[in-house]
Design a protein around this ligand. Sequence first.
Ligand SMILES: [Zn+2]
Length: 283
Amino acid sequence: MRENSMKDRKTPARIEITQFPKGKRIAVTTSFDDGQIHDRRVVEAFNKWGLKGTFNLNSAKLSRKEQRSDAHIEAAEVAKLFEGHEVAVHTVTHPHLTKLDDAQIVEEVLGDRKALEDLVGYPVRGMAYPYGSYDQHVIDVIRRLGIVYSRTCENDPRHFPAKEPLAWASNGHMFHKDPCPMNEKFEKFYSNQHATGVFFIWGHSYEFDRGNCWDMLEKIFKPISGKPDVWYCTNIELFDYEDARKRLVIAANRQSVYNPSSTTVTVNVDGNLLDIEPGLKVL
Ligand SMILES: [Zn+2]
């Protein structure tokens, strides 16, 4: 009987590995640099709208008892403030990495990584280059430091999957207006029902304050939020899902799927979405 039931089970005609969890069509991710106090206001709004952010911090600039700063957030508030978001490396002191020797590059990146991990309690694996400044030599040095991706200041709508994750571009800075403001750019992308991919915006929270334009926070980001077919994710969640989907093993007879990663991957089995949790799934 058991043998029969194995044989009788209908073999799926096709199993597709979806690009994003739950078969979502588009992924939206954001990042903000420098860890200034205005990050608080961005996080508050994002939590309300369901957006996710990656916050790239300079550990030596954070406000501490021994080194007060009015401009930067407190080291002690980092874990709580950015809960549900991602904390990532922006180097210890914000230098031009291209002007440093290997030892200083390592200190700036690894030192920041360790200091931020002390605050948040998880492995910090993402990064953004200070001033967007990097070259092949910088990439070669940081490749061995456990950094999964590093964001540049370059714009490229086809930035993901990144050919070189340590030179990752974005769709643009939040105030980029060429050929139209970012919220309109997203709307164009989103309203094309065939469009799929990642929409990635970056900026600094202090730019809203400096430009006296806090209304722009809502104007740019709120219209991007709340879409049912969009996955709102941090930068590292995007890379982790991509990594997990590449490692998914589908049996040649299409009767089982093995997920060796720790990230749930969604597959499309003959038109039906199915979550494959870590481990073996017999279909
Ligand atoms: Zn910066």
